[in-house]
Design a protein around this ligand. Sequence first.
Ligand code: ADP
Length: 588
Amino acid sequence: MLSRYLSALSLYCLLAIIGLSAVASPIIHLGVLDWRDESKATTSRWAATLAAIEQQQPSKKIVLHQLSLEGIAAALAEERLDYLITNPGHYVQLSQTYPLAPLATLSNPFFDLPQQAIGSVVLVPATRIEINRWEDLRSLTLGAVTQDAFGGFQLIWDELEQRGLNPERASVQLKLTGFPMVQLFDSLAKGEVDAIVVRSCLAEVLAAEGRINLADYRVVGEQKHPNYPCLTSSQLYPDWPFLSTGKQTAAEVSQVLQALLQPVGNQPAQWLAPLSYQPVYALFERLRLGPFASFPHNPLLTAVYQYRYPLLLVFGLLLLIFTHHIRVGYLVGKRSQELQQAMQESQQKQKELAHLSRFAVMGELAAGLAHELNQPLTAILNYAQGSQRLLQQINGENNPQKEPLIAAAQKIVAQGERAAEIIRNLRAFMRKGNSDQQQLDPKQLLQEVRLLMDASLQAQKVALNVYLPEKLPLIRANRVEFLQILINLVSNALDAMQHQTAGRIDIFVEQDRQRNLLVFELIDKGEGLSTEVEQRIFEPFFTTRPEGMGLGLSLSRTLAIAQGASLNLVPHSAGGACACLEWPLANE
Ligand code: ADP
């Protein structure tokens, strides 16, 4: 029982000590916002307030702390202040974090309406007559002390925003000079800025002090407020609040409040009962400042702007993936097309090879036929020659049928010899492994060509004209290959003229002494060569004919080059084509 009584007593004593120490704190810390750090000016400004509190509480000492915005924030965070005097905007901003209670509102001796005490004005030199309305500020430079100044920039920011001239979006260029505000007038005079934002009444005070001449300035977006004595471009807001930080007891705060509202001597009280700061809250809401900063007008856009770098990275990555995807798709498409083309080409080659092998078989057949026909042909020749001899020996001059029979037998012999010659040539042409080069007479070679091509020439009624120089040198060539080349050129010329009823092929032979060559120019009057065909005729398997193989020219050129010769085919000026074969002469 006693122990319980003792512990209750000790708890009571402890509480009493704590309570006493709180109540008995002899110093009151009063913070004051001071941009300028002009200690004298500030102290005299708040002298009446300090005197009133000291008079009310003589046992206490009041310490005035002149602090910047940051200084106040730090002092509040460390709970160093009992009371605070600051501008309404700053108060609203701080009210988000600290339990500040407005005890009173500054009573301004110049204005009748303290709720209409703070405003801002935009001034331009009187000479800039082109700047009148808010819109005229677009793209101009606006001078201000800082973006945090309530009775300066923030009020004008609101006016600009309401007219779609957001300074942040650079419709209006901002130039911030810092405090003191007076230096803005110098900047304007020097032309560093086009217009300036200053708190209302500053210009009037400076004019009263003789530091500026009001007639030198014009107001932009002027707003008239009844009973307000200064130039203004903005709405008006309540004057500065006197705030309790919640550190002192209710009794102490009541005493300070009484002191604030009481006249000191014959001076009226410097403070009034607190006014509503709702208009300032509404302004901050419009500007999304202070407590409203975390509720942006457009949360999506704000978030996009806030996370722009990560978003850009993600977007870049997506773009890369997308580009890669498109590229892969394109490559796959291209490869499949190439593959399809390769397959088509391979099918074409297969067809051509089948064609080629049929030709090879036919070649073998032709060789066999030539061999087999040789004997019956020799026999026919022998019988024809025998018949011819026998006919000549028959005595019967008066027989009128004897002479025509002899002539017929002679013709059979001549045609038979011709057939035998053709077959000999054919067999020589087809003989394998005949790659030896010899000295050959071009005239004789051309006769052989005529003989081999005679049937085709006659069938198409095409004349083959050969023009030779008087003196014709020998050439060095493989006989069969040379013939193969010329026969190929003549049959190509015939093919080119197949739709004509009659025609001619001219072969001009000339010696080029300088280059030691014999030049054969074979000119036809056929369909000629288009540019596209001309570029491709020497490609293996290139052909424009349904029954063609496309090997003749490429093979001919290969054979010619192997023997030091050259072969070209060009369109001829008179229509048709001209094949030019340049062949090396035999060394004499
Ligand atoms: P092919 O005669 O089997 O088609 P070639 O290699 O001999 O093969 O000829 C290739 C192509 O060149 C021919 O299909 C034809 O289009 C063209 N050509 C060759 N000679 C002539 C010519 N004298 N006049 C017009 N075109 C020609």
